[in-house]
Design a protein around this ligand. Structure first.
Ligand code: NAD
Length: 499
C-alpha cells in the first residue's frame, strides 16, 4: 500500500557530538522502520560506550570551561526563546517527520511540536524570574542559597511523542546551565536530529547539547554508568527504570524517573456524561493510546454502566483509524512491529478475560502496517491482566462499581500511580476522592490539560520525584547553603585545656 513519505529525509541518522554530526566510532548502525510499511527507511548510528565517552567528554569540557553555565540567566533565556521561535517556525516539518517516524496522527503530532516550543519558552521565562532564599538570624548570621548547575545531565527518552518529551528534559536542563547528552529512543530517532540544527542556529555553544543515538542496553546503559554524568533524567517503562536505578546506585546519581501508568478514569452517575464520554474516549485513544497518562481503566457507577458502555463502544467503533498523515485520522499506526505484537497479544488475552464490545484486532481495510482497531473490553475484573498491566495502545478496560469506597479501591488496585481522572458534580466527593486516590496527578471533570507550573510525576511504580515548574529547576541544580557569621564565631575551644 503506497503512503505519504516526507521529502528530504536524511540519508542516515548520526550522533551530534561537540558541534559535529558524526558516525559511531566503530561504525555500528541499526535499522529504523516506518510504522506504516514496517520497512527500514534509514540507518541510524548505534552508539556504544566509546561514543558516549566522547559525548560526555565534550559536555564536560563545555561545562567546566565553556560560557554556557557562566552566562547571565537573561542571555541563556534569550537563546532558549530563539529555540522556541525556531521550533514554532518549523512545526509543520517537525510534525511531518514525527508522524512518519512514530505513526502518530498528524494533527496530534503538530500539537506536540507546539508544546515542545512552549516548554522552552516556559523555562526561558522561569530562569529570569528565579529567586533564591536568604535567611537572617538577627545580629548573628545571614544564610543564602547559592544555586548552581550540576554538570553533565544524561537524558534518556521514550518513543511516544519523542520530540516533545525530549524538550521537556532539554529545556530545564539547559536553562539552568547544565550541559547534556541526550539518548533518544531507538524506535524513533528521526526528529531528535533536528535539535542539533535548532540549537546551533539559536546560538547554543558547541558541546552544550550532545546527542547519541542507539539501543538502550548499549548507549543508554553506558550513559547511566558514566562516572562524569551526575544526573539521569529518564522517561520510559517501570521495568527499565528499575534497571537504571540499580545501575546508577553505585555512583549515587541524582535520578528523576517518569515511568509507566494504568490510570483510572472514574465516572460517577451524577457526572456530565457526554463530557465524560468525550474525555474518556479521547483519554485512551489519543496519541494511539501510546500515552503514559492514558485513562486506560474506565470505572463506571453501576446505575449508568450499561448505557455508558454502549455509548462508549459506539464511539470507539466510529473512531477513524488510518494513514497517520491524513488530517482526518484519529488513531494512526503503532510505532513498531514489536510493540504492535505486544498490544495485539493483550487484545487476545482480553478476549479470554472480559467481554469484547468494540474492536478486537486489525481494522477492516488496513491489511498491513501496525494498525489496531480501538478496542473496548467491558466487565473487566480487577485481577485481569488487562486491568493490571500497561498495554500502551488503543485498548481500554471498563469495570462497574457500586459505591465510592469500591471505586476508590478499584482505582488504587494496581502497582501504578501516575494519573487519575474523576467525573462527578458532587464537590465533596470530588475532593475526597482526589485526595485519596493514589496518583501523582488528578484531573477533575477534565481530560489531561496541564499547566506547566504544576508538578508532574507519579507515585508507586509510576515514578520517582516530580518535575514541572520549579521542581525541574530543583532537580537540575544544587542548592548550596552559604552561612555567613555577622559577629564572633562561638566555637568551643578544644585543645586549650579550658583556658
Ligand atoms: P523503554 O523503557 O523501553 O525505553 C525508554 C528509553 O530507555 C529508551 O531510550 C531506551 O533506549 C532506554 N533504555 C532501555 N533500556 C535501557 C538501559 N538498560 N539503560 C539505559 N537506557 C535504557 O520505554 P519505551 O517503550 O520507549 O516507552 C514507553 C514507556 O514509557 C511506557 O511505559 C510509558 O508509560 C512510559 N512513559 C512515561 C511517561 C511519564 O512521564 N511518566 C511519559 C512517556 C512515556
Amino acid at each position: 500500500m503506497s503512503h505519504y513519505i516526507p521529502e528530504n529525509l536524511p540519508a542516515s541518522i548520526q550522533h551530534f557530538i561537540d558541534g559535529q554530526f558524526v558516525d559511531s566510532v566503530g561504525g555500528e548502525t541499526f535499522d529504523v522502520l516506518d510504522p506504516v510499511s514496517n520497512e527500514s527507511y534509514v540507518q541510524a548510528a548505534a552508539g556504544q560506550k566509546a561514543d558516549i565517552d566522547l559525548a560526555v567528554a565534550a559536555a564536560k569540557r563545555a561545562f567546566d570551561s565553556g560560557p554556557w553555565p557562566r552566562m547571565l540567566p537573561r542571555q541563556r533565556s534569550r537563546i532558549l526563546h530563539t529555540v522556541a521561535d525556531l521550533i514554532e517556525a518549523r512545526d509543520q516539518r517537525l510534525a511531518e517527520l514525527e508522524t512518519f517516524d512514530t505513526g502518530l496522527p498528524i494533527t496530534q503530532a503538530l500539537g506536540q511540536a507546539q508544546r515542545a516550543a512552549e516548554n522552552f519558552r516556559f523555562f526561558a521565562d522561569l530562569i529570569v524570574a528565579q529567586s533564591d532564599d536568604t535567611y537572617k538570624v538577627p545580629g548573628r548570621q545571614v544564610n543564602y542559597v547559592n544555586r548552581k548547575p550540576i554538570g553533565v545531565a544524561g537524558l534518556i527518552t521514550p518513543w511516544n511523542t519523542p520530540f516533545m518529551l525530549e524538550s521537556w528534559k532539554l529545556a530545564p536542563a539547559l536553562a539552568t546551565g547544565n550541559t547534556v547528552v541526550l539518548k533518544p529512543a531507538e524506535f524513533t530517532p528521526l526528529s531528535a536530529s533536528l535539535w542539533a540544527e535548532i540549537f546551533r542556529e539559536a546560538g547554543v555553544p558547541d558541546g552544550v547539547f550532545n546527542l547519541v543515538n542507539g539501543l538502550g542496553e548499549e548507549a543508554g546503559d553506558a550513559l547511566v554508568k558514566h562516572p562524569d554524568v551526575p544526573l539521569i533524567s529518564f522517561t520510559g517503562e517501570s521495568r527499565t527504570g528499575q534497571i537504571i536505578f540499580g545501575n546508577a546506585a553505585p555512583f549515587l546519581k541524582g535520578l528523576s524517573m517518569e515511568l509507566g501508568g494504568k490510570s483510572p478514569a472514574v465516572v460517577f452517575a451524577d457526572a456530565d456524561l457526554e463530557a465524560a464520554l468525550d474525555a474518556t474516549v479521547f483519554g485512551v485513544f489519543s496519541l494511539n493510546g501510546e500515552r503514559c497518562t492514558a485513562g486506560s481503566r474506565v470505572l463506571v457507577e453501576r446505575s449508568i454502566y450499561d448505557d455508558f458502555v454502549a455509548r462508549y463502544a459506539a464511539r470507539a467503533k466510529a473512531i477513524v483509524v488510518g494513514d497517520p498523515h491524513d488530517p482526518k485520522t484519529e488513531v494512526g499506526a503503532l510505532v513498531h512491529p514489536e510493540h504492535y505484537e505486544k498490544v495485539m497479544s493483550y487484545v487476545e488475552i482480553g478476549k479470554t478475560e472480559a467481554r469484547l464490545v468494540a474492536g478486537g484486532g486489525r481494522p477492516d481495510g488496513l491489511p498491513t502496517g501496525n494498525y489496531v482497531a480501538p478496542t473496548v473490553f467491558a466487565d473487566v475484573s480487577p485481577d485481569a491482566r488487562i486491568f493490571q498491566e500497561e498495554i500502551f495502545g488503543p485498548v481500554v478496560a471498563i469495570t462497574p462499581f457500586d459505591s465510592d469506597e469500591e471505586a476508590l479501591e478499584l482505582a488504587n488496585n494496581t502497582r501504578y500511580g501516575l494519573a487519575a481522572y474523576i467525573w462527578t458534580n458532587n464537590l465533596k466527593r470530588a475532593h475526597n476522592f482526589s485526595q485519596q486516590v493514589e496518583a501523582g496527578m488528578v484531573w477533575l471533570n477534565s481530560n489531561n490539560v496541564r499547566d506547566l507550573r504544576t508538578p508532574f510525576g507519579g507515585v508507586k511504580a509510576s515514578g520517582l520525584g516530580h518535575e514541572g515548574g520549579y521542581r525541574s529547576i530543583d532537580f537540575y541544580t544544587d542548592q548550596q547553603a552559604v552561612h555567613i557569621t555577622l559577629n564572633e564565631a562561638h566555637s568551643p575551644r578544644f585543645g586549650t585545656g579550658g583556658r
